[in-house]
Design a protein around this ligand. Structure first.
Ligand code: X8Z
Ligand code: ZN
Length: 593
């Protein structure tokens, strides 16, 4: 073939029509839907029964989906610039926010690496070799988390922390290879790198999104600092000045959580001398031997009280609610839509604790979002943005107030209002503590994807960010070849994390809006929308929109606002901020003497 004839063949096809675009979308959605359902099945068995075979099955179906979504993304380009109805234009835009692999080998490799890292995280264990030749004593993540939550023996905490963080280096090479492949796929679609593609998924340019994140962080930072300062003093009292310095970063194994992202477990150390809520939901759930199904039923009842449907029978038949004894599973809680009807499930190793009581409400938030938007076309069966998806269940969980617990039969007597500071502190230990963590995880990954952070510097930049934003340091010196970021599920499984930062603000905006809808005018921390059909209808209306509109419209539908904003969170915690600052001033004054 001559050069001239190649040019002739490649000459631009004639301008596509609106009807062609609509037909393309209809065909594409049908195809992707089918492959997506298959992929979900593959991923479900891959996470529920971790073996080499299920890993291969998961990556096989993931690859098939990637092939189709890549073809669709390239096909969609043909219609760029065409004047189209808003819905079709939005679908074409969504189709092009995906990785495209030109080389099938690389696509296969990418899918395999992803499945392998997910499995490696799920089955990782910390094992201690026994000198006497008996079998190694091994601990899964859940057991180690329990020690971090309850023990106050510093060496024990350090052992757990280091033990878990010694697991991720085994998949560091996989991760670096995976990042390189992923970037190739993003570039193919015109993104600078995968991080830029992630930031492009918020109905605004990627740079504007990065600026929004920073704006929001600056807004809430003073509250985090007040909490951090107060916590430092209490940790110093507990572990002594040799372990907890008066200034500078605090060792991160002391916060009751493997990633120090949520400090709920420090409540017994931090609780106020007066105004502390004496109530211990974990104890009630434990004493009553509340099982995983009962925990889930409590959460379901909350949603049905808002006017939502009961969970389908298949949810109960197919979900995984407890940790199996005889096999490895990814215990990190997740919610799954397996098809576009009502095959919705969760996978969670539920234990009877207050923390899991909240997490189960979180997971059902995802499930009720799936059910609410399942009438939407395939490309709109998603959250308004990923932060919305994460915020729904948390919004509902903000309504788990003492009054609600009393109604649910989980508390005898609702405490007086003077316990508010204690209740607010308890909430802040998860909602405020997570803010700089949630911000810095993706700040780290954005630089990794952009190639600014090289594999040899993974730990260095991870800890720079953790020091800068969270005020924490590694409990021991860094190790060569370390991969501390990979000890977090979302890094190993490559799930973006900015969503939780956004969700942390959004849930307070939603909560405030729903409380207003319910006619409530008191302090936000005492509001529960349990059993309020009006608030439920308002929420449901937004959920049903799925991703059909840019997210500011969804936010407007529920709250009248069109910007994500930390104001509602600050309003919620305002009495706590005053109290923390008083405590901190008293500590500072005592220090001077
Ligand atoms: O991963 C989760 C949920 C599942 S989407 C349990 N969360 C983040 C985490 O655990 O790191 C919820 C809060 C933050
Ligand atoms: Zn979630």
């Amino acid at each position: 073939m001559t050069a001239a004839s190649v040019t002739a063949l490649a000459a631009p096809a004639k301008k596509p029509t609106v009807a062609e675009a609509e037909r393309f979308l209809a065909d594409t959605e049908e195809r992707l839907n089918k492959l997506n359902n298959e992929q979900a099945r593959g991923a479900w068995v891959g996470s529920n029964f971790i073996t080499d075979d299920t890993e291969a099955i998961a990556s096989y179906f993931a690859e098939r989906y990637l092939t189709a979504s890549g073809e669709a993304a390239i096909g969609a380009r043909r219609f760029n610039g065409l004047k189209l109805p808003a819905e079709a234009a939005r679908k074409l835009m969504l189709l092009q926010q995906t990785l495209v692999f030109a080389d099938p080998k690389e696509r296969e490799q990418y899918a395999q690496l992803q499945a392998a890292m997910n499995g490696a995280y799920g089955k990782a264990k910390y094992c201690v070799k026994k000198d006497d030749g008996t079998a190694d004593a091994c601990m899964a993540l859940g057991e180690m988390e329990k020690v971090l939550a309850n023990s106050r023996e510093e060496p024990k905490l350090k052992e757990m922390w280091l033990g878990w963080h010694a697991q991720s280096p085994s998949y560091k090479n996989k991760y670096t290879e995976y990042i390189a492949l992923s970037n190739k796929g993003a570039k193919q679609m015109g993104f600078a790198d995968t991080g830029a593609m992630w930031r492009a998924q918020y109905d605004m340019p990627p740079e504007a999104f990065a600026a929004e994140m920073e704006r929001l962080w600056q807004q809430v930072k003073p509250l985090y600092e007040s909490l951090h300062t107060y916590t430092r003093h209490k940790l110093r009292e507990t572990y002594g000045p040799d372990v907890v310095p008066l200034t500078g970063p605090i060792p991160s194994h002391l916060f009751g959580n493997m990633w120090s992202q949520s400090w709920d477990n420090l409540y017994p150390i931090l609780k106020p001398k007066t105004g502390a809520s004496a109530y211990d939901l974990t104890k009630v759930l434990e004493d009553r031997k509340t099982d995983a199904t009962q925990m889930t039923r409590y959460a379901e009842r909350f949603y049905t009280s808002l006017g939502m449907q009961k969970l389908p029978a298949t949810f109960w038949e197919r979900s995984l609610l407890t940790k199996p004894r005889d096999r490895d599973v990814v215990c990190h809680a997740s919610a799954w839509p397996l098809n576009e009807q009502d095959d919705v499930r969760i996978k969670m190793c539920i234990t009877p604790t207050a923390e899991d009581f909240t997490v189960i409400h979180h997971e059902l938030g995802h499930v009720y979002y799936f059910l609410a938007y399942n009438k939407q076309p395939f490309l709109f069966r998603n959250g308004a943005n990923d932060g919305f998806h994460e915020a729904i269940g948390d919004t509902v969980a903000l309504s788990i107030t003492p009054d609600y617990l009393k109604k649910a039969g989980l508390m005898e007597q609702a405490p007086e209002a003077d316990a508010d500071v204690g209740d607010l502190l308890k909430r802040a230990l998860s909602k405020v503590a997570i803010l700089p963590f949630a911000y810095s995880v993706d700040k780290w990954r954005w630089d990794v994807y952009a190639g600014k952070t090289k594999p040899d510097d993974y730990d260095k930049t991870w800890w720079q960010l953790r020091e800068q934003y969270m005020g924490m340091k590694r409990p021991a010196a860094m190790v060569a070849g370390g991969f501390d970021a990979g000890a977090k599920y979302h890094v190993a499984a490559d799930v973006p994390y900015a969503r939780y930062f956004l969700a942390d603000m959004l849930q307070f905006q939603f909560h405030r809006a729903l409380c207003r809808e319910a006619g409530y005018t008191g302090p936000l921390n005492r509001c529960s929308v349990y059993d309020n059909a009006k608030a439920g209808a308002k929420l449901q209306q937004m959920l049903a929109m799925g991703a059909s509109k840019p997210w500011p419209e969804a936010l407007k539908a529920i709250s009248g606002e069109d910007k994500i904003d930390g104001g509602a969170l600050l309003e919620y915690f305002a009495p706590l901020k005053t109290w923390l600052d008083q405590q901190n001033a008293a500590f500072a004054a005592a220090q001077k003497q």
